[in-house]
Design a protein around this ligand. Sequence first.
Ligand SMILES: NC(=O)c1ccc[n+]([C@@H]2O[C@H](COP(=O)([O-])OP(=O)(O)OC[C@H]3O[C@@H](n4cnc5c(N)ncnc54)[C@H](O)[C@@H]3O)[C@@H](O)[C@H]2O)c1
Length: 293
Amino acid sequence: MAIQKVGVVGCGLMGSGIAQVSAQAGFQTVVREVTSELVDKGLKGIEKNLARQVEKNAITEATKSEIRGRLKGVTAVEELKDCDVIIEAIIEQLPAKRELFSALDALCPSHTIFASNTSSLNITEIAAATKRPQRFVGLHFFNPVPIMKLVEVVRTIATDLAVYDEMVQFGAKLGKTPVRAHDGGGFIVNRLLVPYLLDAIRALEEGVGSVVDIDNSMKLGCGYPMGPFTLLDFVGLDTTLYISHIMFDEFKEKRFAAPPLLKRMVLAGWYGKKTGRGFYDYADPANPKPMSL
Ligand SMILES: NC(=O)c1ccc[n+]([C@@H]2O[C@H](COP(=O)([O-])OP(=O)(O)OC[C@H]3O[C@@H](n4cnc5c(N)ncnc54)[C@H](O)[C@@H]3O)[C@@H](O)[C@H]2O)c1
């Protein structure tokens, strides 16, 4: 099957990035939001990104116009009905995703492939809301989508292998490096990253080192671009806690259990950069100061 038209549902942080890379890769792209204000907001963000690429001479003004011409923002779900692939990037709530895919299943022709960008939910459980689990995969992109090179292509036990291979190739056509992952909690990246981040918090709790010393150790000793506490503040402590609950529920292993300090910080409303406080205080964003915890 030749993929020509791509649907994206949700034009927030991730959906707008996915719609941008899809249009940039040459696909006719329809992106759906719940209100026209949110459609406009998402499309404006994409236009800003493209304008920045023109400024940097990465693309010409003419290319920018062509990319923009391939993008259509809509609010009616019916407008997605003739898409060959539909990628969902709406809120991380199972009932909302299942309801959406059930409606799309009734609307779309049998060849349409469905994909979810969920970070932590079970792809199998989302796919079970449709009558086409064999044409259902996870496509897990990373933030910011136009910049981050990875896409995890996730297969469930019900995914047809030919469909899966096609989606791996589709990931490459979007300019990403696709990796093949099974539908196990956290796929590949979070399966390895989440225990590491939780262990850094446990090390802090046990007095192994300070926030700054642990961050510097992993940056300078291991060559990581940022230390675990800087990364935790960037990802969001609320999001990390939520993912750790889901992974602990799946594996029942201590390495996925949330340390008490993480729970306390979320209860206190310290979610990281987005709330101005986490492991660092961002009152002066250019010069974050470690919190005394
Ligand atoms: N933020 C990240 O770093 C990241 C990384 C990988 C995957 N994800 C996953 O991507 C998904 C979206 O996350 P986000 O960070 O872009 O969230 P976001 O809140 O920025 O965007 C979600 C958007 O979906 C819209 N929406 C909700 N229901 C809708 C519906 N039925 N139809 C159309 N639009 C709808 C909302 O209005 C909102 O604009 C989640 O499943 C999340 O787990 C997020």
